[in-house]
Ligand binder design. Sequence first.
Ligand SMILES: N[C@@H](CCC(=O)N[C@@H](CS)C(=O)NCC(=O)O)C(=O)O
Length: 233
Amino acid sequence: MAKPVITAFDWVPDFAKGQVRDFRVRWALEEVGQPYEVRYLSQGEQKGPEHRARQPFGQVPTYEEDGLTLFESGAIVHHIASKWPGLFPDDIAGRSLVTEWMFAALNTVEPPISELAYVDIFEADKSWSKPRRPSVEERIATRLKEVARRLGDREWLAGHFSAGDLLMVSVLRIIEDDPLLAAHPTLVAYVKRGTDRPAFRRAIDAQIAGFTGSPPAGFAEWEAKLKACAAAD
Ligand SMILES: N[C@@H](CCC(=O)N[C@@H](CS)C(=O)NCC(=O)O)C(=O)O
């Protein structure tokens, strides 16, 4: 089999380095020991027809393997976990128990965490962002409390380290430096267990090494506007 090919950006702003969602796919491939290749896109290229044929929403990552093209990082991680040993248990029921945590990470825990990025970064210059922050924080705090309660003193969510943990840790580490996560020492320790894994480190290093491109036209103005807006707070 030829190596799978994923897509990733050749440049992102500093705050996104290590967080772009091809990271989750890289981590899964590293965990199962499958080498891969990367097709790098410059900023803007993701919205062109060639990439949209791979990804209808004009985003990264995508995954190509022997005529199969997939989009959505969760679906790609699921595919990798199904194909190679290491991220799914062998039995169907065990796989379903891991799959529910994959959905929980992406569908229940990540949405309020993503909202925080809109409030703090993408829409920081909008009048509604600052007043909105407390309610976003509250939604995140509720979810963290619920995940912490279910994790209890277990090492991983469903037995051994799995695709469910890979996605949950990927989501929680978005707020790794935020007091919201620090309020839950068991979740901090859980994220640390995930990010201490050698496969995690290889995936991060590979993503960072791929940022060899340049910012798109207009980025400097956008960044200056955000900084001015932060300074006015
Ligand atoms: N639900 C998608 C989200 C993908 C996504 O948000 N990709 C971002 C990078 S992390 C992107 O390509 N943004 C550029 C854009 O939307 O133009 C997934 O998990 O694959």
